[in-house]
Every structure is written in structure tokens, then in C-alpha cells.
Ligand binder design. Structure first.
Ligand code: HEM
Length: 186
């Protein structure tokens, strides 16, 4: 995973839990590379990210999956601030979500050498519903759920979703049915 994601996780730990917890995590974590510091454009093993979240889970008594979800929710407004171009002229959550695979993550691959973002495709189902497919060896669908929630907040809309198929149960991809409380543009 790119260093830029580690840097976002560090900001979450410091903002929500404080500098001391961050330092304690770094003292205890057995990282596989010569990090920290994690540098934005560099690539680090996913296991280093999980090591940070696992230690945070021990220290906060919050489940790893809940922390990953919170990380996704935390990440979205920070990304909106850092990369406003991806939000310009985008008027709805669905329009934004549809741009992730074909625009945002394509640019991410150009910007960050060696980035391997997940597959995230979105299709309308009916007037109020869409279906999102997610596939990644990392199986970070809880991060995706947090990002979905963050997207709804960003556009000041309500979204509810049902995770109807999950990679963690052995499927090739996760499928989430998303329901909007207003008709969704195609
Ligand atoms: C401005 C918006 C965004 C930017 C700049 C961005 C950028 C990135 C970057 C740099 C990574 C790390 C890839 C790697 O290290 O190989 C990543 C991963 C990821 N992104 Fe995005 N992203 C954005 C929005 C979104 C949104 C809205 C979603 C989903 C709704 C999403 C889903 C994910 C997920 C789930 C991962 C974790 C990696 C995985 O599952 O394999 N991203 N993104």
C-alpha cells in the first residue's frame, strides 16, 4: 500500500487518539520495511498497515474492522481536501462513486508508481438503488463501507447499504446494494 495511505492513517491515530498512542504503536510494531517514517510515494507491505491497526485495536479496545471502517470515513474528507479536482463539477454521490474506478484510481496509478487500487464498479439497479462491486486481494471492504459513508456525508445525502456478498466468505468480489433516499441519476 502506498505511503500516502499510511500518512492518512497516522493523521487519524493522532487526531482521534493522540500523539502518545502513535508513538507507543511505533515502539511496539514489528514493521517489515525500514519504516517509519512512511513516505507518500513509497510502497509498503499491507501487513505494516494491519500491524498499526491491530495495535490501535489493542490500545483502544475497538475491533480492527470497526477501526478500518472509521478510517474509510475519516479518509474521504481528507482526500476531498487534498484532491479537490476529483470532486469538481460532481453533483451526486453516485456520479462520484462511478468516477472512482475509471477516473480517480486511473489517475492514482499514474501519480503513484506501483499503486494497485481495487476494482470498484457501480451500476444503477432501479430509481433509488445501485449496486457496487468491489474486488481486491486486500479484502478491505470495511474501508470501502467507510468511504461510502464519507461520500454520503460529503454530498450531505443519506445512503444505506446492504453488503449482500463478501469476499471474506470466499466469493470473488463483494457486492453491496446501496439505497439512496432520492432518485439516482444514471
Ligand atoms: C479523491 C478520491 C480518492 C483517491 C485520491 C484515492 C486514492 C487511493 C490510493 C492512493 C489508494 C492506495 C492504493 C495502493 O496503495 O496501492 C487507494 C486505495 C483504495 N481506494 Fe481509493 N481513492 C479515492 C477515493 C476512493 C473511493 C470514493 C473509494 C470507494 C468508494 C475508494 C476505494 C478504495 C479502497 C477500498 C482502497 C484500499 C485498497 C484495496 O482495497 O485494495 N477510493 N485509493
Amino acid at each position: 500500500m502506498k505511503g500516502v495511505i499510511f500518512n492518512l492513517l497516522e493523521s487519524l491515530v493522532i487526531d482521534r487518539f493522540g500523539d502518545e498512542i502513535m508513538e507507543e504503536i511505533y515502539e511496539k510494531a514489528e514493521f517489515s520495511a525500514d519504516a517509519p517514517p512512511f513516505i507518500g510515494p513509497e510502497t509498503y507491505p499491507d501487513s505494516d498497515l494491519i500491524a498499526i491497526v491491530s495495535l490501535l485495536s489493542e490500545k483502544s479496545n475497538l475491533p480492527v474492522d470497526d477501526l478500518i471502517y472509521e478510517f474509510g470515513k475519516y479518509m474521504l474528507p481528507v482526500l476531498a481536501d487534498k484532491y479537490p479536482v476529483f470532486f469538481q463539477d460532481v453533483e451526486s454521490p453516485i456520479e462520484f462513486l462511478k468516477s472512482v474506478n475509471d477516473i480517480i484510481h486511473v489517475e492514482v496509478k499514474k501519480l503513484f508508481d506501483g499503486a494497485t487500487p481495487p476494482l470498484v464498479t457501480v451500476a444503477n439497479v432501479n430509481q433509488n438503488q445501485a449496486e457496487i462491486h468491489y474486488a481486491s486481494e486486500r479484502k478491505l471492504c470495511r474501508l470501502l463501507e467507510g468511504l461510502l459513508e464519507g461520500t454520503a456525508d460529503h454530498f450531505d445525502k443519506n445512503i444505506s447499504y446492504h453488503h449482500k456478498q463478501c469476499m471474506k466468505d470466499g466469493f470473488d468480489d463483494c457486492i453491496l446494494n446501496i439505497e439512496f433516499n432520492e432518485p439516482v441519476p444514471r
